[in-house]
Write a protein that binds this ligand. Sequence first.
Ligand SMILES: Cc1cc2nc3c(=O)[nH]c(=O)nc-3n(C[C@H](O)[C@H](O)[C@H](O)COP(=O)(O)O)c2cc1C
Length: 245
Amino acid sequence: MKYLIINGSPRKKNTWNIVRQVEENLDGEFEEIHLIKHKIPMCNGCFKCFEKGESECPHFEYLNPIVEKIKECDGLIITSPVYALNVSGLLKNLFDHTAYIYHRPQFFDKKALIVVSTAGAGQKNVAKYMDETLRHWGFNKNYKLAFAFGDRENLEAKEISKINKTSQKFRNDVESKKLHGPKFMDLIFYNAWRALAQSDNPNRADQEYWENSDLANHEFAPIVKLNIIKRICGKIFFFMFKRMF
Ligand SMILES: Cc1cc2nc3c(=O)[nH]c(=O)nc-3n(C[C@H](O)[C@H](O)[C@H](O)COP(=O)(O)O)c2cc1C
């Protein structure tokens, strides 16, 4: 299995200690992207990725290798320390640059392990925000490890045990290649973006993506099986959003 680690911490300390323990439980190749080293300029809000396509981003050369590596991996490990009750600026800058993927979800066969560390607060909300972002991107299933360390850097036995358990679940899931049915919220997100791409005034890049990938004709990505109830709900959500937009 190929695991890609995107490290949103500028250092290899508290958050990285968790990653090291995660790695003990996984079997495969690991590739590391330390965002601090990539020196991605700040998103300048030009809207080109949304309207014309991601290759028009002035920082495409920084972003494209990272997105391509996400496409190639079997499992993504994505990390952030809590900074001012949110993700680090490094990770937020990556999320800003890849916000077009909310509009054009694509990682339907991917699973992720989200790793967050904090001194005292915010870890659950930050892990939840990262989970939401990846789900908008199409990720099939995300696992979360979020810890408050106080002033201490070393892992305690109960933390190690939690890391081991969650990592093994993540590993089994990645290795099984089994795709889980979407949650109702995922169906809502998907059909909102699908309807937006077919509205009277869509972004050209969104419209092309949904039509060319044939996702426009499906209640959810066809590689993921939908039971009849979810299929009907998908149709209803799409109809509602189509009317709204
Ligand atoms: C700029 C900055 C902002 C931070 N903001 C918070 C915060 O809002 N809440 C908190 O509990 N800890 C906060 N911390 C502490 C870090 O989240 C915590 O020490 C974390 O484990 C650091 O991870 P690292 O070793 O990977 O850098 C902040 C630290 C820094 C440097």
